[in-house]
Design a protein around this ligand. Sequence first.
Ligand SMILES: Nc1nc2c(c(=O)[nH]1)N[C@H]1C(S)=C(S)[C@@H](COP(=O)(O)OP(=O)(O)OC[C@H]3O[C@@H](n4cnc5c(=O)[nH]c(N)nc54)[C@H](O)[C@@H]3O)O[C@H]1N2
Ligand SMILES: Nc1nc2c(c(=O)[nH]1)N[C@H]1C(S)=C(S)[C@@H](COP(=O)(O)OP(=O)(O)OC[C@H]3O[C@@H](n4cnc5c(=O)[nH]c(N)nc54)[C@H](O)[C@@H]3O)O[C@H]1N2
Ligand code: SF4
Ligand SMILES: [Mo]
Length: 710
Amino acid sequence: MAAKESRTVYRACHLCEAVCGVQIQVEDERIVSIRGDEENPFSKGYVCPKATALQDIHEDPDRLRKPLRRTESGWKEVSWEEALDFTDEKLVALQKEHGNNALGIYLGNPSVHNWGMMTHAAHLFKHLKTRNRFSATSVDQLPHQLVCHWLYGHQVLVPVPDIDNTQWLMVVGGNPMASNGSLWTVPGFRHRAKALQSRGGKMIVVDPRRTETADIADEHHFMRPGTDAAFLLAMLNVIVAEGLVKPGHLSEALTDLEAALAVAKPFTPAFAEVACGIPATEIERLAREFATTSRAVVYGRMGVSVQAYGTLCQWAIQMLNLVTGHLDTTGGSMFTLPAVDLVMGPNSKPGHFNAWQSRVRGLPEFAGELPVAALAEEILTPGEGQIHGLITGAGNPVLSTPNGRQLETALSQLDFMVCIDIYLNETTRFADVILPPTSPLEHDHYDLALLPFAARNFAQYSPPVFDKPAGSLHDWEIFIALGERVARLLGTHPLPPFTPQQVLMMGLSAGPYAPDERGGLSFARLQQSPHGVDLGALQSQLPGRLYTADKSHADKKIPCLPAAIPAEAERCLEALRQEAPRFTLIGRRHVRSNNSWLHNSQRLVKGKARHQLLMNPEDAAGLGIEEGAWVCVESRVGEVDIEVSITDEMMPGVVSLPHGWGHHRPGTRVRVAETHAGESVNDLTDDAYLDGISANAALNGIPVHIQPLA
Ligand SMILES: Nc1nc2c(c(=O)[nH]1)N[C@H]1C(S)=C(S)[C@@H](COP(=O)(O)OP(=O)(O)OC[C@H]3O[C@@H](n4cnc5c(=O)[nH]c(N)nc54)[C@H](O)[C@@H]3O)O[C@H]1N2
Ligand SMILES: Nc1nc2c(c(=O)[nH]1)N[C@H]1C(S)=C(S)[C@@H](COP(=O)(O)OP(=O)(O)OC[C@H]3O[C@@H](n4cnc5c(=O)[nH]c(N)nc54)[C@H](O)[C@@H]3O)O[C@H]1N2
Ligand code: SF4
Ligand SMILES: [Mo]
C-alpha cells in the first residue's frame, strides 16, 4: 500500500479579525486536523471553534463551484465564458440606457477577509463609475473611520488598545469574548485579558447585556442602549471639572481643545445617570480612575458605533483617551505600524465626507460610499439615477442591513443582479447570475485590512492549502475577467493584471520595514516564516504619523472639534431629555456563528438553541410570560414572532436578538440549524434610524413593542 501523502500548512484563519495562526494537517488531499499554531508569535496557539469551519466551508457540498444562471426552469450551471459575457453585456447595456448610477454595488464583510477582493475590485469598478456604492462599512465601523479621518487625517489611522501593556481597559459596547475583537486584531483576547488582570490591572465592561466579556471583567455596568454619548461626555465633563486634562506629549499638537471640551459641559453626571442608568457617583469614579491610571484606555465597538449617536460616541472616546494623555502612549490607545501601510503607502485613501449625497434622502457619502440604509429606496424610487442593476460581492444584505424585507422587495424589482458569492442564500437567490470564486483554502492570503489594527505589529503570509481546481477562478480573477470584458465593450483600458501577491510585494517595498541590503521584510522572508513575523510592540508615533499629504493636517495638529459635533451633541441632549421607549432591541453575536454565514457547518452551530429573544425576568413578569413563551416583536418597519428566553443578563427594558439568521426564506441552500430556527433581527431594524452624522445604520437601540402570543 502506498504511504499516505501528508503535509502541514500554516496559515492565518481568515474568518474573523483576530487572524489566529492555524496549523492545517492534510493527508491524501483531505484535511485531517485544524489546530492553533503554537509557534505563531502573535496568537500563540489560540483558536476559537470557528477555525474548524475552515474545513467545512471547503468541503460543503452546498458551496457553489460553477457559475449559476437563472432560467425559466430554475438555476442552471453555465460555463465561465457564458456567465462573464452575459454579465458584462447586461451591466454595460444598463448603464448605456439609464446612466452610470443605474448600477449599484454592495461589498460585504468577507471582502476584507479575502484579500483578492480588496486588491482587485477596482479592476471592474473603475470602469463603472457609479456613485451608488455601498458596503458593510455603514452597518459597522463607519463612525470610527470618519472620526479618525477628521482627527488624525486618515480613515484607517484608527488607534487600538495596547492591551498587553495596559492596566485599565474599559470596553464600551464590544464583546470580544464572542467576537474576538473588532477594529482591533487581538487573537486570544481571553488570555490577554487574564494577563492584564494578573498583573494587577482591571477590565470594565459597559453594555446593556452582561456578556461573556462582562463575565470575565472586574466590573460590569448596564447601559441603556443608545445613551452612551451621555455617559462618555459626562466622563469628559468630570475630567475637565476636576482639572484632569493632561494631554502630555500631545499638548502642543491640539487645536480647538477648549471648544471641544465645552461640548461636554451640559452632560453632567447627574444628567447622564438619568439617561443611561449608571449612577453619577460611579461615572465620577470611573472618570477619575481612568484619568489618574497611567496606562489606561477606553475602547468602544459595535454597541457604540452602530447606534443613533455612533459618531458622537466615537469622537467622545477619542477625546477621552486624548485629553488624559492615553492616546499614543504605552498601555493606552495606540497606532500600529503595519508592514503594508495603507496610510503612508502609495495610493493612500484618507477618505472624504459628504462630497455628494444619496439621491433620494440626501445621505452623505464617506470615502466614496453611500450608507447602505439607502440601498432599497435607491432601487425602489423612480427617477433619474434610480438603481436598476446590482452587483454584490461577499455580502448578504437581506440579512445584514436594516429593513431586510424592504430590500427583498427592491431586489425582486431589479432588471439585473450579479453576485460574486459562494452560496445561494437570502440575497443571492435574487440574482440573475452567481459567480462563485474558489474556496478560501485554494488561494493564498495576507491580511492587508486587519493587520493595521493589530495589538502588536505583525505580518503573516498564508499560502494556499490546496491547488485551485481546473476551470475555477479566484475572486480577484473574476474581477479581472469582468473588468477586461467591460473595458472591451466600453473601449476603455483594463488595469494591468498584477496578482495579489505582486500587490503585496509592492506594498512591502513601500512599507516601513521595506527590504534593503541589511534585511527588512521581503516577500521571500514572509514565505520562509510560516508562523508569521513579529514586528514588535506598538510604539508612540504622534504627531509624526498624522496624515498630512492631503493638506488637511499639514500643520501636524489634531483638530479636536469636527464641525458636525456641537449640533449633534445638542440633538443628543434634546433626545435624551425625552422619555425612553418601554423596550429597546439590541443585537448579539455568538462565538459559534459568523454574521449571516458559516451556518452550514453543523459542527460549528451545534449546541443549545440560541435564536431566542433574551429578556430580563422583571420584564417577562410584567408581560405575564414564562420561559419559552412566544411573543410578537413589532418595530416601525415590521414584526416577527419569536420565543423568549428569560435571563438576568439583560438590562430591564432591553431585549436582544442575534443577527444573520432567518434562513427559512424560500429558495436558499442554507440549511436551517436546530440551534437557530430563528428570525432575522434586520426584519425589525429600521432603515430610517441612523447615526445623525455619518448615517451609519443604528441597528442597536431600536424601539419595539412586545405582545405576548397565545
Ligand atoms: N442587526 C444587526 N445587523 C448587522 C450587524 C449587527 O451587529 N446587528 N452587524 C453588521 C456587521 S458588523 C457586518 S460586517 C455585516 C456583515 O454582513 P455582510 O456584509 O452581508 O457579510 P456576511 O453576513 O458576513 O456575508 C458573507 C457573504 O459572503 C459570502 N462569502 C464568504 N466567503 C466568501 C469569499 O471568499 N468570496 C466571496 N465572493 N464571497 C464569500 C457568503 O456566502 C455570504 O453571502 O452585518 C451587519 N449587520
Ligand atoms: N463569533 C463571531 N465573531 C465575530 C462576528 C460574528 O458574527 N461572530 N462578527 C465579526 C464582525 S463583522 C464584527 S464587526 C465584530 C463585532 O465585534 P463586537 O463589537 O465586539 O461584537 P458585538 O457582539 O456586536 O458587540 C456589541 C456589544 O454592544 C452591546 N450593545 C448593544 N447596544 C449597545 C449600546 O447602545 N451601548 C453599549 N454600550 N453597548 C451596546 C451588545 O450587547 C454587544 O455586547 O465581530 C466579528 N467577530
Ligand atoms: S478567533 Fe477568528 S481568526 Fe481566530 S480561529 Fe476564531 S474565527 Fe479564526
Ligand atoms: Mo463587521
